[in-house]
Design a protein around this ligand. Structure first.
Ligand SMILES: [Zn+2]
Ligand SMILES: [Zn+2]
Length: 139
């Protein structure tokens, strides 16, 4: 069943032909900038079967894990949409807030907990990792 989503203003719409592989909460410092101080919920999809309609802006940065990240966002409303490690072109991460159905984005694990502020809530029921547990595809 396809998975669809869009940015806040609707100028960018996207679709995946396949369901996500997994979702996880990330407390890395980069994600805190993109998610108003909380952990970001990243939903990992195969890039195969991905379609996007509308212009996206992009920003390249070096992640704490050492990967080169390409982040795409809506240039009109600023919604963070996608991030991809250039070293892992078969996978991409979608910000859960942009999905039409955020119910499918329940996190299975929490990563980069070492960067969380003391008030950050890390679900004790989920497996967690203080830093990057491995490649995107491995968790
Ligand atoms: Zn927008
Ligand atoms: Zn992160």
């Amino acid at each position: 069943m396809p998975v669809t989503g869009r940015c806040f203003c609707g100028a960018v719409r996207f679709r995946f032909d396949q369901p996500p592989i997994v979702a996880r909460a990330c407390w890395c410092r980069d994600c805190q900038y993109l998610s108003s101080g909380n952990a970001s919920i990243g939903v990992i999809f195969r890039t195969d079967g991905f379609t996007v309609i509308g212009e996206t802006g992009e920003y390249l940065s070096r992640a704490d894990s050492g990967a080169t990240m390409r982040r795409r966002f809506c240039p009109a409303c600023g919604t963070p949409l996608f991030s991809e490690a250039l070293e892992e072109p078969d996978y991409m991460v979608v910000r859960a807030g942009a999905l039409d159905d955020p119910e499918i984005a329940r996190p299975a694990s929490v990563i980069w907990t070492a960067s969380a502020p003391s008030w950050g809530h890390v679900d004790p029921a989920l497996p967690s990792s203080p830093r990057q547990p491995g490649p995107v595809s491995a968790s």
